[in-house]
Design a protein around this ligand. Structure first.
Ligand code: AMP
Length: 245
């Protein structure tokens, strides 16, 4: 019985992949995370998107999160952690998850580690996308996003073919209300005071993978995808019981 339980735990560890994307607002982590999730066929959990969806739908969660999201400060951990843990227990997360915008501080990182450890699982790698502050401000202040498929555009760097319309799906482009200069500054400040400490946390755990986030979306993707595909590949060549054959 004991052996069977252990094998069950191993199965959890080896056959699902949990990857965290870390980086300042505007570093491109959302774009890259979505791409990698599609490529590796993993669920993509973007906490900012979950909060924005809740706000649009006016759910209970929205009532609790609204004032924080609008100010560009972190939603309290208790609310955020509960939302994420609920989300990762959904069937589409069985093979693993790409986390985008979570964890954002040490308490969230520890809560995630603890919840995964209970299932015999763990965060495998943390992709830290590094971009200079100057470039972050430039990117965020000109950012427009498709309301339907979330593709980002930039007034100068990557304008859409038809102004106001998404090239991919024809959806309406909008500017996030928290992409105003004041809120952008606040979000960057929050990032540097709260989230940047996670770089140390994951470095010490030997999980950090630092990626240069400057350059085109394709260039940055080429720095990330092969590494993560290798990881996913090494998992899928293992047997159902978690051992290599
Ligand atoms: P983002 O789209 O990731 O920039 O997130 C937009 C906003 O959602 C943030 O400014 C926060 O108010 C909130 N938010 C997103 N993720 C988290 C998180 N992990 N913890 C707390 N608040 C979050």
């Amino acid at each position: 019985m004991k052996v069977l339980l252990n094998r069950g735990r191993l199965r959890g560890v080896k056959n699902s992949l949990y990857i965290v994307f870390l980086g300042a607002p505007g570093a491109g982590k959302g774009t890259q995370a979505a791409r990698v999730a599609q490529e590796l066929k993993l669920a993509h959990i973007a906490t900012g998107d979950l909060f924005r969806q809740a706000l649009e739908q006016g759910t209970d969660l929205a009532m609790k999160a609204k004032s924080y999201v609008e100010k560009g400060v972190l939603v309290p951990d208790e609310i955020t952690i509960r939302m994420v843990l609920e989300r990762i227990s959904a069937p589409d997360c069985e093979k693993g998850v790409i986390f985008d915008g979570f964890p954002r501080n040490l308490k969230q990182a520890q809560a995630l580690d603890k919840a995964l450890a209970k299932e015999g699982k763990a965060v495998e790698k943390v992709v830290y996308i590094k971009v200079s502050v100057e470039e972050l401000l430039n990117r965020l202040s000109g950012r427009w996003i498709c309301r339907q498929c979330q593709t980002p555009y930039h007034t100068v760097n990557s304008p859409p073919r038809v102004w106001g319309k998404c090239d991919k799906c024809g959806g309406e482009l909008y500017q996030r209300p928290d992409d105003t200069v004041e809120t952008v500054k606040k979000r960057l400040e929050v990032y540097f005071t709260e989230t940047a400490s996670l770089i140390d946390y994951y470095t010490q755990a030997g999980k950090l993978l630092e990626i240069d986030g400057e350059g085109s979306v394709d260039e940055v993707a080429r720095r990330i995808v092969p590494i993560l595909s290798g990881l996913a590949g090494s998992l899928s060549t293992r047997g159902r019981d978690g051992y290599n054959y």
